[in-house]
Design a binder for this molecule. Structure first.
Ligand SMILES: *[C@@H]1O[C@H](CO)[C@@H](O)[C@H](O)[C@H]1NC(C)=O
Ligand SMILES: *[C@@H]1O[C@H](CO)[C@@H](O)[C@H](O)[C@H]1NC(C)=O
Ligand SMILES: *[C@@H]1O[C@H](CO)[C@@H](O)[C@H](O)[C@H]1NC(C)=O
Length: 976
């Protein structure tokens, strides 16, 4: 939890402190019960039967449940002190830091019927344990003493037992996140007349339009959680709100986040006079009622937490600026408006919230200056204004935010750092002002009292300078220091003060004009996992020093330097290394096999002078690699056979080497996740194996400039990604790409979860526009263009030029609606130019020259925009505009003839294409190679480090944790 970058963390901490105190009380109660009556024989037996119904208890949580002992003493059991009856069973399983349940109890059956013996049970918490998709037993309905029932995340399924409605003393019911069905039957709910706290998260109520009517009957309900319930406006149609005025005036906690509510936020919400906590995040609201937040806060005076984040189209006068001056809202502690579309300035009056602990306006399209009034938020602990269009100065008034622990201002247009703006913030732990336009000089003075600082990110402020004495001894111990692209922060030297930083985990000094030829011997951070010294002017042998001084590195970026080591082997000693980028250096020699380990996740050796074959022996294993770049070296020999086991490989780029021989069939059979296959400009020969069409995820296939012969593989429609039609990005399984039930679609690259610091998760959804192309040009391919090619509706670029392909162009080529570049020149294609080409409205490049096409050039539709003769010339039987040859009347013996040579121009256009492709390739995987460092953010790299299977789970867990745990974990204990 500590690591979470979210404004919710402070609330959760608060709530959890309360939770913890409740637990203490419970324990106290247990202790008292030990001293009092001992447990009842029959109940002990019942509990033992219950214990035996679990077939697995990995963490021995029921170890104390033994026959000979007093069951009131057992862990998780509580008894009435006087009667000795079991009243409490608490086997709640908490969630660990990454959102996983730690060692649940596993049962193949539902709750054991021996429970019926526990007639006095009033508190039952089995949350987090695994009941293997069984049903909630009917008999629970007869345990009428229950006041607390928590069965959340217990893998119960099927229909909810309506007998639960008999539990008239129940005050708390949490059955969230199971696979329970309602089938529209919610009639049992109104019988729960004592209910105060109700959590039904993750249940699908899309067919239960009466839900609100039913809930309205619960006279004592104060807390309601309905997130991930598939709620739509129909559940809350505005006329019906009027009927719920008593519900609305009573409710204290209302969580409707992660549903499908849209349009305007209902006016009725203005009348929730008891409201303390309102979460409407992750819906599709696009506007707020008149008066906006300021009126809202004024009316709902007790409100402590308001979350409207992730309503990505929510805009308009959201703050209610015209009403602002009336607003008092002194109770508000948490305001989360991140990931919206406010397009407004931050109003001055936000500074009035003396109790505000967390303010999050991340990525909400706000602009203008940061009002100095924010400096009055004296309770503020968390402030996130990142990723907006804020300008001006970081206010000096921030110096008064003495409780601030986290301050995020990155990715804005801020120009200046106010005098003394951070200097007094003794509690500040994380400071990110990177990616602004900051200028000026930061001195020791600015950091003088930042004793707690452990993340300092100031990179990408090209005009910012750090001016520290060489013997500066900072008051903090950093874990993360990022000064990338901040030349004035580093001044070509390794900053001396880093010598004092013993806890560094990540150091980012990319593009800082570092021109050292050795790493200082004093720099020996034993915990360092990430080192980025890329895009500098470092020359000289580094590997041995790095290995000796930073033995725990996991990610190492030395790309774009002047390093000329010829031995990579020292790097083999970095046992944890998973990402290595040495591209664009002067490295030479062979690649030692010891480097190729199953840890390796991404390897980029491109644009060096490596030679020899790519090693393979039985010791080598690249079984986890996802990204391999070897382009532009002098490698030779066959396709690296070591890749045969690389079933996670997504990008393979061997362009510009001397690899030779066939494409082995295992490429298509084993590398099933391959998305990008670039073998361009090598000496490969033989036929293109048809198994290549098994690569269903392929989106870039570039085999150009080799010596392939044989035919173009025909089963092209197998390329699922290339055939998919939806315009909504891909893959199709992610079409709904939101965070439904904590599952995030990162597979396939439509969305990736971007983590800002590798170990300090933040998240945002990024949509990637991906390149989709096939280039088989400059080979010796023969045969026809397979007609299946017209099914590749997502294909953007197709180049089959400079081969010996014969036959006609498939008439349905107009179906390839995404095509932007089509090059079929320098073949022996014949027949007419298909009329359907005129439908390809995206087409920007068309090359049909040097073939045997005949007839009129169609000039309909989009084809009329191709006015260069070079697109069509050197086709002996082709005529008409834009060729200078007029079409003559049929039966004429004269043949159209044209001699303009356009080969050079072809090459030019292709260079552009290649650049485009490589930019996108670079974009996808985050390597710097092709693109300037300013465009490509470091965070992209993180995205792709996290883009593996292990990472998938981490990311998944993060989202799960953020969205679900934060919003709901503590509900089931009595908070309010
Ligand atoms: C719940 O109450 C109904 C009606 O009073 C009764 O028929 C049913 O048996 C009860 N269920 C249980 C499990 O006791
Ligand atoms: C709010 O409550 C008042 C009376 O308490 C009522 O007149 C008004 O219509 C309510 N507003 C909404 C939007 O429900
Ligand atoms: C492919 O090239 C290799 C040498 O690189 C040669 O031995 C082989 O005969 C060639 N195969 C074909 C089908 O041309």
């Amino acid at each position: 939890m500590r690591k979470l970058v979210s404004n919710k963390s402070s609330v959760v901490v608060l709530l959890c402190v309360q939770l913890w105190m409740i637990l203490l009380l419970l324990q106290l109660q247990f202790c008292l019960s030990i001293a009092a009556a001992a447990c009842i024989q029959k109940e002990r037996e019942a509990l033992l039967q219950f214990k035996n119904s679990f077939y697995k208890d990995p963490s021995h949580r029921l170890a104390s449940w033994n026959n000979g002992t007093d069951c009131c003493n057992w862990k998780g059991v509580g008894c009435n002190q006087i009667t000795g009856h079991v009243t409490i069973i608490d086997l709640r399983l908490d969630i660990d830091q990454v959102g996983f349940r730690i060692a649940p109890l596993y049962s193949n059956n539902s709750i054991h019927s021996s429970f019926l013996e526990l007639k006095y049970l009033n508190y039952l918490d089995l949350s987090g344990n695994d009941f293997n998709y069984t049903q909630i037993p009917n008999f629970l309905g007869s345990m009428v003493e229950l006041t607390y029932l928590n069965l959340s995340r217990t893998f119960f399924s099927n229909k909810i037992s309506p007998h639960l409605g008999n539990l008239t003393k129940l005050e708390t019911l949490d059955i969230s996140f199971n696979l329970l069905e309602t089938n529209g039957d919610v009639e049992w709910i109104p019988h729960l007349s004592s209910l105060k706290f109700l959590s039904l998260r993750g249940m699908d109520f899309s067919n239960t339009s009466s839900l609100m009517q039913v809930l309205n009957y619960l006279p004592l309900l104060v807390s309601l959680r309905l997130n991930y319930c598939n709620l739509q406006n129909i559940h809350f149609s505005s006329s019906s709100w009027l009927n719920y005025s008593s519900f609305l005036s009573r409710i204290q906690l209302l969580d409707l986040s992660s549903n499908k509510l849209n349009g305007q936020i209902p006016k009725a919400f203005q009348n929730m006079t008891s409201l303390k906590y309102l979460d409407l995040s992750n819906n599709q609201f696009n506007s707020i009622f008149e008066g906006g937040i300021s009126t809202f806060i004024k009316n709902n005076f007790g409100l402590k937490v308001l979350d409207l984040s992730f309503n990505i189209n929510l805009g308009g006068d959201v703050f209610g600026s015209r009403y602002g001056n009336q607003s008092t809202g002194c109770n508000l502690q948490v305001l989360n408006l991140g990931y919206t579309s406010f397009k407004t300035k931050i109003p001055d009056w936000l500074g009035k919230f003396k109790n505000m602990k967390s303010l999050d306006l991340e990525d909400s399209q706000i602009y203008g200056p940061i009002p100095a009034s924010l400096g009055n938020l004296s309770s503020l602990e968390y402030l996130d204004l990142s990723r907006n269009a804020l300008t001006g100065t970081i206010p000096t008034a921030f110096g008064r935010l003495l409780n601030l622990r986290k301050l995020y201002l990155q990715e804005n247009g801020l120009m200046e750092v106010g005098h003394e703006c951070f200097a007094q913030l003794e509690k500040l732990e994380e400071l990110d002002i990177s990616r602004n336009l900051l200028k000026g000089i930061l001195t020791e003075f600015h950091f003088a009292n930042l004793y707690q600082l452990h993340i300092l990110s100031i990179g990408y402020n090209e005009l910012l300078q750090l001016d520290m004495k060489s013997n500066w001894n900072p008051p903090f111990q950093l874990q993360v220091f990022d000064a990338s692209s901040c030349i004035g922060c580093v001044r070509s030297e390794f900053p001396q003060w880093l010598q004092t930083q013993k806890r560094l985990v990540e150091l980012w000094l990319s593009n800082t004009s570092l021109s050292i030829s050795c790493i200082p011997t004093w720099f020996q951070p034993q915990n360092l996992t990430d080192l980025d010294l890329s895009h500098n002017k470092m020359a000289g042998p580094f590997f041995t020093t790095i290995v000796n001084q930073m033995p725990n590195l996991r990610r190492l970026f030395l790309n774009d330097n002047l390093i000329n080591d010829s031995l990579l082997s020292p790097l083999c000693q970095l046992k944890n290394l998973d990402t290595l980028d040495l591209s664009n250096n002067w490295l030479s020699g062979i690649v030692q096999g010891c480097l190729l380990t199953s840890n390796l996740f991404a390897l980029d050796l491109s644009s060096n002078n490596f030679s020899g074959t790519f090693p393979y022996s039985h010791g080598n294993d690249l079984s986890r690699i996802e990204v391999l770049y070897l382009r532009n070296n002098n490698f030779e020999g066959s396709m690296p056979i070591i890749l045969k086991k690389s079933k996670f490989l997504e990008t393979l780029d061997l362009k510009g080497n001397k690899f030779s021989g066939n494409i082995p069939t295992w490429i298509g059979d084993k590398l099933e996740r391959l998305k990008i296959l670039i073998l361009r400009s090598n000496l490969f020969n033989g036929t293109i194996p048809s198994s290549i069409c098994n690569l269903t995820d392929l989106q870039i296939l570039d085999l150009a400039h080799n010596q392939f012969d044989g035919i173009v593989p025909s089963k092209l429609s197998n390329f699922n990604v290339m055939t998919r039609k939806d315009t909504d990005g891909f893959p199709a399984i992610c079409r709904n790409g939101n965070l439904d039930h904590g599952v995030v679609c990162i597979d396939g690259g439509k969305y990736m979860v971007q983590s800002i610091k590798s170990s300090y998760f933040n998240y945002s959804m990024i949509r990637l526009t991906l390149m989709v192309s096939i280039d088989l040009s400059n080979n010796s391919l023969v045969g026809f263009i397979p007609s299946e090619i017209t099914k590749l509706k997502r294909l953007i670029g197709l180049n089959l030029s400079h081969n010996n392909i014969i036959g006609i162009v498939p008439a349905e080529i107009g179906e390839m609606e995404s095509l932007e570049s089509l090059d079929l020149s320098f073949n022996q294609l014949s027949g007419p130019i298909p009329l359907s080409l005129s439908k390809l409205n995206s087409l920007g490049t068309l090359k049909l020259s040097h073939n045997n096409f005949s007839g009129n050039i169609p000039r309909e539709g989009h084809l009329s925009t191709f006015n260069e003769a070079s697109s069509f010339d050197n086709n002996s039987y082709l005529c008409g505009d834009p060729l200078p040859i007029k079409c003559v009347i049929e039966n004429s013996s004269e043949l159209p003839f044209n001699k303009i040579d356009n080969q050079d121009q072809d090459e030019d256009k292709w260079e552009k294409w290649l650049l485009y492709i490589s930019i996108i390739v670079g974009f996808i995987v985050g390597f710097w190679g092709a693109v300037g460092s300013l465009i490509l953010k470091k965070s992209w790299r993180y995205a792709y480090f996290k883009y593996g299977e292990e990472a998938y789970f981490k990311v998944h867990a993060t989202i799960w944790r953020s969205i679900e745990m934060l919003k709901g974990m503590c509900i089931s204990k009595r908070i309010w």
